[in-house]
Write a protein of this length. Structure first.
Length: 134
């Protein structure tokens, strides 16, 4: 007798095959997710490496621009004064950036309103904390 085809299987045979089918589908989905993540990580790594290379070139560009600024100021003042002027400008830029960074750190270190609200809600449910006792 020949093996039953897909059309000849009984309901019980189909139900019996269901765990294997679901397992196969789940494994296939997991393999697909692994392949997609591997693809994304590979391209993320390449992109990160290229950004790092661009940052290195940008540092050399910055040094070149600073040197050009010193040479430009040296046309109207002694070279040592030109170097000090450019250094002073850089110190001012650094001070402004640090000031902005400190402001942002202070803003970022404030407690989250949603966490405080959740704590207040939990205290109210427990019957503890500061809330209106009526």
């Amino acid at each position: 007798m020949a093996a039953p085809t897909n059309d000849d299987r009984s309901l019980f045979q189909l139900i019996g095959e269901l765990p294997d089918t679901v397992s196969t589908l789940i494994k296939a989905e997991i393999d697909q997710i692994k392949a997609e993540i591997s693809y994304k990580i590979k391209h993320f790594g390449i992109g990160s490496g290229l950004f790092a290379a661009a940052a290195v070139v940008a540092v050399f560009l910055l040094f070149t621009l600073i040197t050009a600024a010193i040479f430009a100021f040296a046309l109207i003042m002694p070279p040592w004064a030109a170097a000090l002027t450019v250094a002073g400008i850089l110190v001012l830029i650094i001070a402004v950036l640090v000031w902005i960074a400190i402001i942002n750190f202070k803003r970022g270190s404030q407690p989250l309103e949603s966490v405080e609200s959740l704590k207040a809600d939990l205290d109210a449910l427990k019957g503890t904390g500061d809330y209106d006792h009526r």
